[in-house]
Design a protein around this ligand. Structure first.
Ligand code: SF4
Ligand code: SF4
Length: 212
């Protein structure tokens, strides 16, 4: 039995989209129609904005554009942004190098080297804690898996970038220096700038980062 959907939008169907009308075959006509529509929207919006700002007509609402990056939308509370490592009161990482986050990370982008903690009550501390954000998929599993609440994704920072792959590797020092976002979700820490911007990563080395 033939499905009624099999004949829909096929060349045999009279409604098939490839059957262009006479004027549709002249693309210039379509372009002019598009320009007409865009122009109408533009001047209608400009008129509504003029009514609202110049003539104080409160009921006139034009299209709203957020002037990014000077203006920003408030971010959702649950937004997963750039990671940070939570500090203890003495400034050392709360992380105990249990490797749970490294194990659970589906992108294998966390690299931890553990060492003894000087405090005998704390078993271990990360000597090295790197996240390769060029590979991270921002799933948040590392945050969920952490038994110490030592890693969070609440900095509100989304605009981090680098000209090199090595520049996307964030080290323990950089992650420890970051602060949580403010109450409106806006970042309170500056975006970390890779010190080796544009430099290729040498094998066995990691880029140094600086906070502007
Ligand atoms: S957010 Fe996901 S992919 Fe990124 S470091 Fe954490 S576990 Fe790995
Ligand atoms: S951040 Fe949390 S899960 Fe990852 S090694 Fe440290 S304590 Fe373990």
């Amino acid at each position: 039995m033939t499905s009624p959907y099999q004949t829909f939008n096929t060349p045999a169907d009279p409604r098939h989209s490839s059957r262009l009308g006479f004027f549709q075959r002249f693309y210039l006509v379509q372009v002019l129609q598009g320009l007409k529509l865009t122009g109408l929207r533009f001047f209608a919006n400009m008129w509504r904005h003029t009514l609202r700002t110049v003539f104080r007509v409160k009921s006139a609402h034009g299209a709203v554009t957020i002037q990014y990056p000077d203006e920003r939308r408030p971010y959702a509370v649950r937004l997963r942004s750039l990671h940070r490592l939570v500090r203890r009161e003495d400034g050392s990482p709360r992380c105990v190098a249990c490797m749970m986050c490294e194990t659970v990370c589906p992108a294998h982008c966390i690299y931890i080297v553990a060492t003894e903690h000087p405090n005998p009550e704390i078993e271990k501390v990360p000597e090295r804690f790197d996240i390769d954000l060029g590979k991270c998929v921002f799933c948040g599993y590392c945050v969920e898996a952490c038994p110490e609440d030592a890693i969070r994704m609440d900095t509100g920072i989304l605009e981090f970038s680098s000209y090199s792959r090595g520049g996307m590797i964030y080290t323990k020092e950089t992650l420890l220096a970051l602060e949580p976002a403010g109450h409106n979700g806006a970042p309170t820490s500056p975006v970390p700038i890779p010190a080796d911007r544009g430099m290729p990563l040498e094998p066995g080395t990691l880029p140094k980062r600086s906070m502007p």
